[in-house]
Design a binder for this molecule. Structure first.
Ligand code: 3EB
Length: 331
């Protein structure tokens, strides 16, 4: 009989409600991320747990938990926590930043990629970056640009000329506090990293966006053994390499959704319900200005299957003229 792999699950919602749902399955928890709580970093818990102190716009703090189909093995090493289930590795790292974001990003990327190598899960599927003061200058260069230089060096150190093949789905948004927080998911086999023909590959962006381009793919379909989940990268109002609808949040929302439509089609995960609305297992919407939240929420509600769990977060976006960014997961 062929082995059938039941995929992993994702639970999302207000913290207490998700905790209640988890009774009896705590030994299967791969990772939890709490949004809107204290700036407390990686917590001492029975499983990898990190606080992302990004304010929640849609109410009380939210919990996002990844649950395997069988009991998992957990590890903790300094500011790194991770869990493995034999096919997937989930983890988080939270590290106080110094005065050089390039160095901070390099160390984060190096730690993470060498851990994946050491544990035998060398294939990155998704990385979530929370970067303090992402749009602030540091010695005359925006922190996000310095972050990109360090991250690119980390990939080059590990993969050399092959680095581009390993860029996975990603997001990089601002965060409160003074810790660079990185959450990640990896597999034993390569995922399929996807690009969007409406957008220039970020790793080919012209030098105007910084001395080293961002090193990520627009989306990643995980390998068969994982059950072919789809990770949608942070998706914004970028066409080609340019920001469109500058100053217009609803225009940016439409453009981001047009980019998302293309990615859902390319990932060939049944993308929409019968009304042509987006259905995913998680959608996270980062909004720069709290005043834009009600209009964005209402406009998105019309385009979203109501069964899609969503979290609205207040965060700076990596380009100063981007007002929102949307990421998603389809299991
Ligand atoms: C963009 O399209 C918007 O630096 O990892 C989206 C997703 C963006 C990921 C990253 C940045 C990142 O360029 C920004």
């Amino acid at each position: 009989m062929r082995e059938r792999r039941i995929g992993m699950r994702l639970q999302v919602g207000p913290v207490d409600r998700v905790r209640d749902m988890q009774a009896g399955m705590r030994d299967r928890l791969l990772m939890s991320v709490r949004y809107g709580g204290p700036a407390a970093g990686v917590q001492d818990m029975d499983h990898p747990f990190v606080d992302v102190p990004t304010p929640v716009l849609c109410g009380e703090p939210r919990l996002e938990s990844w649950i395997a189909s069988d009991p998992v093995t957990r590890f903790r090493r300094g500011d790194l926590a991770w869990a493995e289930d034999g096919q997937a590795l989930f983890g988080c790292r939270s590290h106080r930043i110094g005065d050089d974001m390039e160095q901070d990003a390099l160390t984060a990327c190096r730690d993470l990629l060498s851990l994946l190598d050491e544990r035998g899960y060398p294939c990155l599927q998704r990385i979530w970056n929370y970067v303090p003061g992402i749009n602030e200058d540091q010695q005359g260069v925006e922190r996000y640009k310095r972050f990109n230089i360090g991250r690119a060096r980390g990939f080059e150190e590990r993969f050399g000329a092959q680095a581009e093949r390993h860029y996975s789905a990603s997001s990089a948004v601002g965060a409160a506090g003074d810790h660079l927080i990185v959450c990640f998911a990896a597999a034993r086999e390569m995922g399929t990293h996807l690009e969007n023909p409406r957008q220039m590959s970020a790793y080919h962006y012209p030098a105007a966006y910084g001395p080293h381009s961002p090193t990520f793919a627009r989306g990643t379909v995980t390998p068969e053994a994982w059950g072919r989940a789809f990770f949608l990268s942070g998706t914004a109002s970028v066409v080609g390499h340019r920001t469109t609808h500058v100053g217009d949040p609803l225009g940016q929302l439409d453009e981001a959704l047009a980019n998302i439509d293309v990615m859902l089609q390319r990932s060939s995960t049944a993308p929409c319900d019968r009304g042509g609305r987006v259905r995913l297992d998680l959608l996270k919407i980062y909004i720069r200005h709290p005043g834009h939240y009600p209009a964005i929420r209402d406009a998105l509600a019309a385009r979203l299957d109501p069964s899609t769990p969503s979290i609205y977060l207040l965060a700076d976006i990596c380009r100063a003229n981007l007002l929102l960014e949307i990421e998603g997961v389809r299991l």
